[in-house]
Write a protein of this length. Structure first.
Length: 278
């Protein structure tokens, strides 16, 4: 794995750049100015840019969020989310008609077209998981999920492991600014450990990539999550650039420990940068 000082050193080797959003382009609060500059340079050089996010919401909602953060609209022509892929399946009643929503109310846009099919968990055909039930006050210093809460989710879900759980965000955690928040993938992990079946939408699973590029394109995947961004690239045998100052930043202190971290997660990266920069 090569430490990369500048994306400009290698960009000409690729046609298409699959770029993660949360952890690379922004931290949930602010845009990463250096990353935006890099995107601008790729655009100037007529490279195909696809922002691929494990956000459990339709692509249009993520675009709206980025515009509110003052990201230039000209960069947002290709945005794909795990929520968008899951929404298409839900709208087609792929897993049945009636569903129970496990997640915060702000994710309701994912089932907007079929909101009449939302029901209680005892009556549902499947569980639609977009995250945790509630969110802490974002101004608070306490984490979103406490160890004591895990028993709540275990006790709630164990009664319903005969149902399928649709996970719309395979990520376990993200950082919003300096705070760590748990994602739908964390709940899905609990459900699987209890013996339930989970159907995932998003990275690292192949289907989401099929919506982003053709097999003959020379692709560089860029992301900060070894379990999803980097594993997804490995699954497709595509080159990848790992952004180290992201979700894994507390798991290593130097380059040697970083190499060991990749071994721990059973992934390989061609390049790494602390943050995406041109």
């Amino acid at each position: 794995m090569r430490e990369l000082n500048h994306l400009s050193e290698i960009f000409n080797a690729y046609d298409t750049f699959i770029i993660d959003l949360w952890g690379v382009i922004h931290d949930g609060i602010n845009l990463n100015k250096k990353a935006i500059e890099a995107v601008g340079e790729l655009k100037k050089n007529s490279k195909k840019i696809v922002f691929l996010s494990n956000a459990p919401r339709p692509s249009s909602k993520v675009v709206d969020f980025l515009l509110k953060m003052k990201m230039d609209e000209k960069y947002l022509t290709n945005v794909m989310t795990s929520g968008e892929a899951a929404m298409q399946a839900i709208n087609q009643n792929k897993f049945g008609k009636k569903f129970f929503h496990l997640g915060p109310p702000r994710d309701a846009s994912i089932f907007d077209k079929v909101k009449g099919n939302k029901t209680e968990i005892d009556k549902c055909d499947f569980i639609l998981c977009t995250g945790l039930f509630d969110e802490d006050n974002l101004d608070s210093d306490k984490p979103q999920l406490h160890e004591d809460d895990l028993d709540y989710y275990k006790n709630f879900l164990i009664k319903h492991i005969s149902k399928k759980l649709i996970c719309t965000n395979p990520d376990l955690t993200v950082h919003r600014g300096k705070k760590e928040e748990y994602c739908a993938g964390y709940i899905a992990k609990i459900f699987e450990e209890l013996g339930g079946k989970v159907i995932y939408y998003g990275k690292p699973h192949k289907d989401i990539y099929d919506m982003c590029f053709k097999s003959n394109e020379k692709v560089l995947a860029i992301g900060d999550n070894l379990r999803t961004d980097i594993k997804g690239a490995n699954n497709l045998n595509k080159d990848c650039l790992f952004i180290s100052n992201g979700v894994h930043r507390k798991e290593f202190n130097n380059n040697l420990e970083l190499e060991k971290l990749l071994i721990k997660y059973r992934v390989k990266a061609n390049f790494f940068q602390e943050e995406l920069q041109w």
